[in-house]
Design a protein around this ligand. Structure first.
Ligand SMILES: [Zn+2]
Ligand SMILES: [Zn+2]
Length: 327
């Protein structure tokens, strides 16, 4: 089978490999769709942790074609999306109902072979059945939607809150839909004006250039770009008592200039948001009912053999979500 294997920093290669065998408690899937995430680009550049050599791809969906020994909850031809994150169940955090903060966290597509391949082995416990209303491309979006639900939990939006989302990429536009569903009045800040129309269609009241965002104006600010400038701006545009969520994944080592006095005087609550604690099933429901629309967020589709071209399009900043459709 064809696979995209990350071997070392700046070295991702298309490889021809044997189709893996599912072990006990695992299933083999035919991958039907997989999305490129900013994290994949960070991993390739050495800006985010991983365990090479590994097949990347942690946002994917597929069809079950072989059952390992002892699998009881899945059947052949089941359509599944994958929650990539696996926990040790023995560390302090796992024992404190904070499994997503596990000291020994590993993830499919980061540390264990993932979805940028024609076939993939998936532990039964990581699989979530897709309802008939969710096709495979939407199924490959469940993981980022689940992460965005965590972001919304951290944001604590109240109905009527003025919400600023800094960044109008696919993550920003998922956060937008969740914030609107929570009753927020959402302004999306995005320098690429070509992305404004879709943001409006998906519920944004206003779309603005970053420099047009007013200071001291928002009850909730969600940073969704992962760059220094927007992290710094998130504090400026927050009003007194605001909740600020740094959702975007800044490269490891990035430093931002924050004035602690401003955080003090405004009594800001600043939160991170890390992966998807118990939110994957919620994401399946929200995508399945159409409460979160993901189809409009796909800007490019590639076969897996064009992974380098696909990564270049992703890096250009002009793309929204770039998807692999293997067949
Ligand atoms: Zn991701
Ligand atoms: Zn643990």
């Amino acid at each position: 089978m064809l696979a995209a294997r990350f071997l070392a920093i700046n070295n991702l290669q298309l490889t021809e490999e044997d189709v893996p065998k599912p072990g006990p408690g695992e299933v083999l899937i035919k991958v039907k769709a997989a999305g490129i995430c900013g994290t994949d680009a960070h991993i390739i550049k050495g800006e985010s942790a991983s365990t090479p050599p590994v097949i990347l791809g942690h946002e994917y969906a597929g069809e079950v074609i072989e059952l390992g020994e002892g699998v009881t909850t899945l059947s052949l031809e089941d359509r599944i999306s994958i929650d990539p994150n696996t926990f040790c169940q023995t560390c302090y955090y796992c024992h404190s109902a904070k499994e997503h903060l596990c000291l020994n966290l590993t993830a499919l597509g980061v540390d264990i072979d993932g979805g940028f391949a024609e076939y993939a082995v998936v532990p039964e416990v990581q699989a979530h059945l897709l309802p008939p209303s969710v096709d495979f491309t939407a199924g490959a979006f469940i993981e980022p939607v689940a992460c965005c639900i965590r972001g919304l939990q951290q944001a604590r939006i109240q109905p009527g809150d003025e919400v600023a989302i800094l960044g109008g990429g696919p993550i920003g536009l998922i956060l937008l839909q969740l914030a609107v569903a929570a009753g927020g009045r959402v302004t999306v800040s995005e320098p690429a004006q070509g992305k404004w129309g879709l943001a409006k269609e998906l519920g944004a009241l206003r779309t603005v250039l970053p420099e047009e965002l007013p200071s001291d104006a928002f009850d909730v600010v969600i940073e969704a770009a992962g760059v220094k400038a927007t992290v710094e701006q998130s504090i400026k545009v927050a009003r007194r008592g605001a909740s600020v969520v740094w959702f975007g994944v800044s490269p490891q080592g990035t430093q931002a200039a924050i004035e602690p006095h401003e955080v003090f005087r405004k009594e800001l609550q600043i939160s991170g948001s890390f992966i998807n604690p118990h939110t994957h099933a919620r994401a399946v429901k929200l995508v399945g009912t159409g409460a979160v629309q993901v189809e409009p967020l796909i800007s490019h589709r590639f076969p897996l053999g064009k992974i380098h071209e696909a990564l270049a399009v992703h890096a250009s900043g002009d793309a929204s979500k770039v998807m692999f459709i293997p067949s």
